[in-house]
Ligand binder design. Structure first.
Ligand SMILES: [Zn+2]
Length: 89
Protein backbone atom coordinates (compact mmCIF):
# COMPACT_ATOMS: atom_id res chain seq x y z
CA UNK A 1 0.00 0.00 0.00
CA UNK A 2 1.38 3.35 -0.96
CA UNK A 3 1.65 6.04 1.72
CA UNK A 4 -0.32 9.14 0.81
CA UNK A 5 1.63 11.41 3.14
CA UNK A 6 4.22 13.55 1.43
CA UNK A 7 7.75 12.51 2.15
CA UNK A 8 9.11 15.12 4.53
CA UNK A 9 12.17 14.99 6.66
CA UNK A 10 11.60 15.05 10.40
CA UNK A 11 13.14 18.53 10.62
CA UNK A 12 10.85 19.97 7.96
CA UNK A 13 7.81 18.36 9.58
CA UNK A 14 8.80 19.70 13.02
CA UNK A 15 9.32 23.16 11.54
CA UNK A 16 5.90 23.14 9.89
CA UNK A 17 4.22 22.05 13.11
CA UNK A 18 6.07 24.68 15.15
CA UNK A 19 5.25 27.43 12.65
CA UNK A 20 1.55 26.56 12.60
CA UNK A 21 1.10 26.06 16.34
CA UNK A 22 -0.77 28.44 18.56
CA UNK A 23 -0.97 28.67 22.35
CA UNK A 24 -3.24 25.98 23.75
CA UNK A 25 -6.34 27.12 25.52
CA UNK A 26 -8.61 24.50 27.00
CA UNK A 27 -10.89 27.17 28.42
CA UNK A 28 -11.22 30.90 29.03
CA UNK A 29 -8.97 32.33 31.70
CA UNK A 30 -5.42 31.67 32.74
CA UNK A 31 -3.60 29.65 35.31
CA UNK A 32 -1.15 32.29 36.45
CA UNK A 33 -2.82 32.73 39.84
CA UNK A 34 -2.53 29.04 40.74
CA UNK A 35 0.19 27.45 42.80
CA UNK A 36 2.09 24.54 41.28
CA UNK A 37 0.09 21.97 43.26
CA UNK A 38 -3.23 23.60 42.40
CA UNK A 39 -2.23 23.82 38.75
CA UNK A 40 -1.17 20.16 38.66
CA UNK A 41 -4.45 19.09 40.23
CA UNK A 42 -6.42 21.30 37.82
CA UNK A 43 -4.60 19.95 34.75
CA UNK A 44 -5.20 16.34 35.79
CA UNK A 45 -8.82 16.66 36.93
CA UNK A 46 -10.46 19.22 34.63
CA UNK A 47 -12.33 17.53 31.79
CA UNK A 48 -11.21 20.02 29.13
CA UNK A 49 -7.57 19.43 29.98
CA UNK A 50 -8.13 15.67 29.94
CA UNK A 51 -9.49 15.95 26.39
CA UNK A 52 -6.44 17.97 25.37
CA UNK A 53 -4.09 15.41 26.93
CA UNK A 54 -5.96 12.58 25.21
CA UNK A 55 -5.65 14.38 21.86
CA UNK A 56 -1.91 14.85 22.32
CA UNK A 57 -1.48 11.19 23.28
CA UNK A 58 -3.49 10.05 20.24
CA UNK A 59 -1.47 12.24 17.89
CA UNK A 60 1.81 11.06 19.39
CA UNK A 61 0.66 7.45 19.05
CA UNK A 62 -0.30 8.00 15.42
CA UNK A 63 3.09 9.59 14.73
CA UNK A 64 4.85 6.66 16.43
CA UNK A 65 2.93 4.11 14.37
CA UNK A 66 3.63 5.95 11.11
CA UNK A 67 7.32 6.21 12.01
CA UNK A 68 7.54 2.52 12.92
CA UNK A 69 5.81 1.49 9.68
CA UNK A 70 8.13 3.72 7.64
CA UNK A 71 11.22 2.29 9.34
CA UNK A 72 9.98 -1.28 8.91
CA UNK A 73 9.42 -0.72 5.19
CA UNK A 74 12.87 0.84 4.83
CA UNK A 75 14.45 -2.13 6.64
CA UNK A 76 12.58 -4.57 4.43
CA UNK A 77 13.75 -2.74 1.31
CA UNK A 78 17.34 -2.69 2.56
CA UNK A 79 17.23 -6.40 3.41
CA UNK A 80 15.78 -7.25 0.01
CA UNK A 81 18.46 -5.19 -1.72
CA UNK A 82 21.27 -6.91 0.21
CA UNK A 83 20.12 -10.47 -0.41
CA UNK A 84 18.30 -10.79 -3.72
CA UNK A 85 16.38 -13.97 -4.24
CA UNK A 86 18.21 -16.72 -6.08
CA UNK A 87 17.01 -17.07 -9.63
CA UNK A 88 14.85 -20.05 -10.40
CA UNK A 89 16.56 -22.77 -12.36
ZN1 LIG B 1 -7.31 25.03 32.97
Amino acid sequence: MRCLLPKLSAGVAAGLVAASSTPASAHVGDHSHMTFATLAEHLLTALDHRFAIAAVVLLAGFAAVVTAMTRRKAQARATAARSPETPAT
